[in-house]
Ligand binder design. Structure first.
Ligand SMILES: [Mg+2]
Length: 217
């Protein structure tokens, strides 16, 4: 009997009571497939489609001639850095992130550019609120222009660098939306890839875009 018990033990697999955290290597493979399959861009387009419809309804019913506005976040909303992240195997050190931002090579996210142009064509103000530090204003503006974004109403950039000094961007972004509202605008849509872009109010509808690559508090 003891012999049988021991032989059973020798073939059994020792497992953890709970499965360990997600395997990083497999997760990176999933992320690469998510991008290369086109699903990532499709998910962005799917999120923006009802937003555009809602904006159109609001434009059509704006009989009081309110000053309508759309607020956009920048990274992974207007412009994306997936290829740069992939080339570094998704290694997101603060130094690497800063070098990406300084490089000004982020590429356009086309469904967002379409919404941006649609808003402007219909006389809706386009505001950009980004956690990027103010020190990167020139590079950032050039990056936007290279990718087809023009004539934004105002660009708000963070006075404190959230990459090198991690902190929540919620107070800054909320305060800027409050400022826009106090200037007489009705923010119809607030578009961002992070929940921290969207929480804090001062928008009629929040539009969350997918971002499985990184987290901004
Ligand atoms: Mg973003």
């Amino acid at each position: 009997m003891r012999k049988i018990f021991l032989s059973l033990l020798s073939v059994s697999v020792i497992t953890f009571a709970k499965p360990p955290a997600t395997n990083l290597g497999l997760l990176k493979k999933q992320l690469n497939t998510y991008c290369s399959s086109g699903q990532y861009m499709q998910d962005i387009a799917d999120a923006l489609r009802p937003a555009k419809l809602y904006l159109w309804e609001r434009i059509q019913s704006n009989h009081q001639n309110k000053k309508l506005a759309v607020v956009f976040d920048a990274d992974e909303t207007m412009i994306g850095s997936v290829q740069l992240m992939q080339s570094n195997d998704f290694g997101e050190t603060p130094a690497y992130v800063m070098s990406m931002l300084k490089g000004g090579k982020s590429s356009v996210i086309k469904p967002t550019l379409e919404l941006y142009r649609f808003a402007q064509k219909n006389h809706v103000a386009t505001f950009i609120i980004t956690g990027r530090p103010e020190t990167l204003q020139k590079t950032t503006e050039q990056n936007f222009k290279n990718d087809g974004y023009k004539n934004w109403t105002y660009l708000y950039m963070s006075p404190v660098n959230p990459v090198t000094k991690p902190h929540s961007i919620v107070p800054f972004k909320t305060a800027m939306r409050k400022k826009i509202t106090q200037a007489g605008y009705d923010i119809v849509l607030n578009v961002g890839d992070q929940y921290s872009d969207l929480s804090g109010g001062y928008a009629d509808k929040d539009v969350k875009l997918p971002n499985p690559f990184y987290y901004v508090p």
